[in-house]
Design a protein around this ligand. Structure first.
Ligand code: TNX
Length: 497
């Protein structure tokens, strides 16, 4: 059988007995779960222009609740029809996206090859992160990114909602944040923020695509914007940290539009700081149905290690008391008082540097688990090659598609059990990313490699979980991505069809 364009690779793919493909025509009908039928009809319309009619006994049967692992599904394509059985609604949704990847045009019309697929995710947490602080991205852009990610079976959207350059979420008890600190972006372009209704709309749209929003308010560093709104909470910028890029220097009380990091800190010793932390995370918890609230904790270079440990202990406990599970970048693992059960997000390299692995292990000793985001593999904001117009290069230079693919989650931090790994997340920082077109240009096709690390069996399980197979499978998705409106760069590493 030729390599089918399936990404992420399913757990098991086998040709069915009846080897003839199933044709999709204007007469094709669907029955079963109505939500899922609507999802399929919309995707089919986009992909083929055909309208899928609902009947009682359709050619395509969609069923849900048949049991099995969470998010799993079975897909059977025979000459007589197509059947997808989802263990739950998410599983059925993923089965539909697998079916959509299989549909292709021939001279004789649209067909689906005869196959039987059994599929389930390796990791429960499969994330993408979008930084809406360095450049603000409006609700429509976020919806478009949700669609792209959900189609690759990602189920968490981490929104980086605050940074030195702006505060992007309305907080009713702290109106100064968006009033004073949201109007600009990196480079001085327009900023913006989400009203609470905007945020609810994003959460609802994500849920309709089986994605959970994980909101982040980054502290105690990356807080210059907090100081613009609330000067009484901010230490003065640590100017030694910012001489490197030659961009504008941060000035207390004024919006920052450069891209340096590590110069800002909240005042660690003031009770007012923790009133602030409690206010913003309290509101965020009320707005957020998902289980996680991310409080940042990265690159707090303007905070002494002792102060950092104090802050992490208090902030993680404040988040825990909202009833949510705290999440923090791996640096927070160095704080002995970190709240038990806090999830760590590892962002060092595939081969850890500077003791990041030890900090990551500290989360698991505290009853937490890890999200892996190795920067030199799946930071989608790294340039794909040196002369690409967008992106950064600090994570070991440009990141090829091959390097984005060739890493194994269980081999990054020594001494972890598979259960210690909650999942995998691909961040997209947006210092150089202003539009959906820019997002597509950096995220694709490497986001597909991240999806495979998050969903598919370990590389050691052989089969088609190889770079050679991935290249070909991804190349086969070009026509689908094009019809979905994704402006992916035609990476020369991929044999596009
Ligand atoms: C490091 S990774 C950061 C971000 C930058 C990013 C750029 C991490 C937790 N912090 O503040 O945007 O590099 O790639």
């Amino acid at each position: 059988m030729p390599t089918l364009p399936l990404v992420p690779l399913p757990r098991r793919v086998a040709p069915t007995e009846a080897a003839s493909p199933f044709p999709i025509t204007s007469a094709t009908t669907v029955s079963g779960d109505t939500d899922a039928a609507g999802t399929l009809a919309a995707l089919l319309r986009t992909r083929t222009g055909l309208e899928l009619a609902a009947t009682d006994d359709g050619d395509i049967v969609l069923s849900v609740g048949g049991g099995g692992e969470p998010e799993s599904y079975r897909l059977r394509v025979g000459a007589d029809g197509i059947r997808i059985d989802g263990a739950d609604a998410a599983g059925l949704f993923y089965g539909i996206h697998t079916l959509v990847q299989l549909i292709h045009g021939t001279d004789a019309g649209w067909i689906v090859p005869a196959v039987e697929i059994e599929d389930a995710p390796r990791f429960a947490y499969r994330g993408v992160m979008l930084d809406v602080a360095r450049h603000f991205h409006d609700v429509d852009t976020v919806r478009a990114y949700i669609d792209r990610a959900a189609a690759l079976k990602f189920n968490h959207l981490h929104l980086h909602l605050s940074d030195d350059q702006g505060w992007r979420l309305e907080i009713r008890s702290r109106p100064e944040l968006t009033r004073a600190a949201s109007a600009t972006s990196v480079g001085g372009g327009p900023g913006g923020y989400y009203t609470q209704d905007d945020y609810r709309a994003i959460v609802a749209y994500a849920a309709s695509r089986h994605m959970t929003v994980v909101p982040e308010l980054d502290m105690p560093g990356h807080t210059h914007a907090v100081g613009v709104a609330h000067p009484e909470l901010a230490e003065n910028p640590v100017l030694d940290a910012v001489v490197s890029s030659g961009g504008p220097a941060p000035r207390a009380g004024e919006p920052y539009t450069g891209i340096d990091v590590g110069f800002s800190s909240l005042r660690i010793g003031e009770d007012a700081t923790y009133d602030f932390v409690a206010d913003v995370f309290g509101e965020l918890a009320e707005l957020t149905p998902g289980p996680y609230l991310h409080f940042g904790g990265d690159e707090a270079l303007g905070t002494s290690p002792e102060d950092f440990a104090t802050f992490v202990a208090r902030a993680s406990e404040i988040v825990r008391r909202t009833g949510k599970t705290p999440v923090a970048w791996h640096e927070a693992g160095a704080a002995p008082g970190l709240a038990r059960g806090t999830i760590g997000q590892y962002w060092s390299f595939v081969t850890p540097v500077d003791g990041a692995d030890e900090r990551a292990r500290a989360f698991t000793r505290g009853g937490g688990r890890l999200i892996l985001s190795p920067a030199d593999a799946i930071y989608l904001d790294m340039k794909p090659h040196e002369d690409f117009p967008l992106g950064l290069t600090w994570a070991r230079g440009a990141t090829s598609v091959e390097r984005a693919y060739r890493w194994e989650p269980s081999a990054v931090v020594d001494g972890l059990a598979e259960e210690d790994i909650l999942g995998v997340e691909a961040p997209l920082w947006t210092e150089t990313v202003a539009t959906l077109e820019d997002i597509d240009a950096l995220a694709f096709p490497r986001i597909a490699a991240a999806a495979e690390a998050a969903w598919s069996p370990a590389t050691s399980d052989a089969g088609d979980r190889t770079w050679e197979s991935f290249r070909v499978r991804t190349g086969g998705l070009g026509p689908l991505w094009t019809t979905l409106g994704i402006r992916f760069p035609a990476s020369p590493e991929i044999p596009w069809t």
